[in-house]
Design a protein around this ligand. Structure first.
Ligand code: MN
Length: 131
């Protein structure tokens, strides 16, 4: 068994080319083969969100606290509340983040693709798309 102590894993600030607003990432797990699992606890300041992106094997988001937003391209913007789980299909463009006036934390879980491919990133989510 391995225990990763929280104090030994500082919170990272998410890169500004892939996120709008201030976003913090706490790594939970980077699975070692044969596991492909990746889990990150992500906190978005009010109004902060990811850019458009997609995951090769999809993604599961567990809303932990606050109020969030998620949208799959072509669908409605949905609100996420603590305890809600959003399941994003493979290779489907989407974004997720906080509501405009509430901080939001979710546990993001995904797997890398057959060739080790991770998240594919696209353009940022405009204010119009976010609203
Ligand atoms: Mn995602």
């Amino acid at each position: 068994m391995k225990i990763h102590r929280a104090a030994a894993r500082p919170t990272k600030t998410a890169p500004t080319d892939k996120f709008t607003g201030q976003v913090f990432q706490d790594e939970v797990l980077v699975g070692q083969p044969p596991s492909r699992m990746r889990a990150t606890n992500v906190t978005f300041n009010p109004g902060a969100r990811t850019a458009w992106h997609q995951h090769p094997v999809g993604q599961t988001l567990l809303a932990v606290s606050g109020i969030g937003r998620v949208q799959v391209e072509g669908g409605e913007v949905e609100e996420l509340f603590p305890g809600d789980t959003a399941i994003i299909p493979p290779n489907t463009r989407h974004w997720h983040g906080a509501a405009p006036n509430r901080i939001f934390t979710h546990l993001a879980m995904s797997e890398t693709g057959d060739n080790g491919a991770g998240t594919e990133w696209f353009e940022k989510v405009s204010d119009d798309q976010y609203q």
